[in-house]
Design a binder for this molecule. Structure first.
Ligand code: BES
Ligand code: MN
Ligand code: MN
Length: 456
């Protein structure tokens, strides 16, 4: 193993340069104008997999963006098989003017690499590829069988991956699924994640009159879609921070006393949290702590709201339309489709009869809990402890990785969420970055994971 670790150390500078090439490709999956870039990124991933020493590397087209697959099964039938999953697509970059350096011109400042996708998820995918490379280039083989699946639609809800999984279940069969697309609890506080929230993302448009009107001439008798929309949104939550959609909490799995105890043991500093975000106080559901509210309780957020006159200055208009994007983070065992139906029914019920309303579901993802006693988790705990010098905590996180539950149900393989990101690294925001020290230790932890798995 020492030669593997020496390889990682000796190639650190080269690995960073290669990562920069990956980060230069603007693989924004939601943007039609980047379709070719997303494809180019898939090709980049495929050639990187080949140079690492993976075999049978293929780019699978889907209805949307392609899936890239590669494997190395030389460890043989008696050795365990790991399926590593990650994504090469990234979120949009706007607002562009808030970036210190350009999002697709990776720049290192203060030991961190800044670029869209640096931590979510290109940096972490690359970390995994380099750990395989370290084994393959030093020993000519891996300790276990490894399959690698990198998709291009995670940031848009992994819409085509479920069908791919069902169709290729035998090619993807594994004893453990490994994912590096989550965060550690804090810098120097390593953790493994065992729970993710799901998502139900809706858009609604309220239409009043068939055209924009003079608010002096018509205001008072004609319903204003802006007012109506604001009213609807105001009625989606109550004064205790609870969501008022009937049946919304029906399937929510309650936190166990043991989990609540674990949450209390995590080093969370509420006033530092508020200071960092420049908020006067935290908000949300009555009776739960900040960490519980952001990972084990469902939420409802307006992601965008628009309509009427949005330019500078004043225009006295009674707009014809107003719209909002509203998403709900879900927890086990809520079902995104069931929640979408309940949302729509409730919104239609509370909308005033003086307007038209259109409600559509944009995308969703299932929440997941992963087992904490699997061989994979035991191996990951050891690997993290060896790489970071501290025993990792077990945490749940608020973000979503839609395919996690389906790995467990379709492939029947326990998932291990071993992430090296930090929630302070601005994922989905301007100045996204990845701390290079964690990128480096992440390569080591991943290399050790494969070794530990042979003992687990
Ligand atoms: N890597 C994130 C999910 C994540 C972030 C997990 C932080 C744990 C901590 C992933 O790329 C992501 O952003 N997912 C989307 C999913 C959605 C588009 C269906 C999300 O959570 O918004
Ligand atoms: Mn991600
Ligand atoms: Mn993301």
């Amino acid at each position: 193993m020492s030669n593997v670790l020496a390889y990682i150390e000796q190639h650190h500078a080269a690995h960073i340069e290669e990562l920069k090439d990956f980060l230069r490709i603007p693989s924004v999956s939601t943007a039609p104008e980047h379709k070719q870039d997303v494809l180019r990124c898939a090709e980049w991933v495929a050639s990187s997999m080949k140079s690492v020493g993976l075999e049978n590397v293929q780019i699978f087209p889907t209805e949307g963006h392609p899936v890239v697959y590669g494997e190395n099964l030389q460890a043989g039938k008696n050795a365990p098989t790991v399926l590593f999953y990650g994504h090469y697509d990234v979120q949009p970059v706007d607002p562009l003017h808030l970036w210190t350096s350009k999002p697709f011109e990776p720049t290192i400042r203060d030991g961190k690499i800044f670029a869209r996708g640096a931590v979510d998820d290109k940096g972490q995918v690359f970390m995994q590829l380099k750990s395989l490379e370290a084994h393959l280039k030093t020993n000519g083989k891996l300790p276990v069988n490894v399959k690698v699946l990198i998709e291009g639609e995670e940031e848009i809800g992994s819409v085509n991956l479920e069908a791919f999984l069902r169709k290729n279940a035998s090619m993807l069969a594994a004893d453990t699924v490994l994912i590096s697309d989550t965060a550690m609890f804090a810098d120097e506080v390593p953790s493994l994640c065992y729970g993710l929230r799901g998502l139900c993302y809706m858009e609604m448009t309220v239409t009043g009159p068939n055209r924009d009107l003079h608010s002096g001439v018509f205001g008072g008798a004609v319903a204003n879609p802006g007012n109506a929309l604001a009213n609807i949104i105001a009625h989606l939550t109550d004064e205790y921070g609870r969501i008022t959609i009937p049946g919304f909490y029906d399937d929510v799995l309650a936190l166990t006393p043991e989990e609540r105890e674990q949450y209390r043991n995590l080093p969370h500093d509420e006033s530092a949290y508020c200071r960092d975000l420049n908020i006067p106080a935290t908000d949300g559901e009555f009776g739960y702590s900040t960490l519980e509210k952001t990972s084990a309780r469902p939420t409802l957020d307006v992601n965008g709201i628009w309509g009427g006159f949005m330019g500078e200055g004043a225009k006295t208009v009674l707009p014809s339309k107003a719209s909002a994007k509203v998403s709900m983070r879900l927890v086990p065992n809520q079902d995104p489709q069931d929640i979408a139906r309940k949302f729509e029914a409730y919104v239609r019920r509370i909308a005033p009869p003086t307007v038209h309303i259109e409600v559509t579901e944009l995308h969703g993802g299932r929440p997941a809990i992963t087992p904490t006693d699997s061989k994979g988790v035991r191996a990951a705990l050891c690997a993290m402890e060896r790489a970071f010098g501290k025993k990792p905590f077990l945490t749940r996180e608020g973000g979503s990785i839609p395919i996690v539950l389906l790995f467990q149900t379709i492939l029947n393989a326990p998932v291990v969420l071993m992430g090296m990101g930090l929630n302070s690294e601005n994922l989905h925001s301007p100045d996204e970055h990845f701390t290079l020290k964690n990128f480096y230790r992440g390569i080591i932890a991943s290399a050790l994971f494969y070794e530990e798995l042979t003992k687990a």
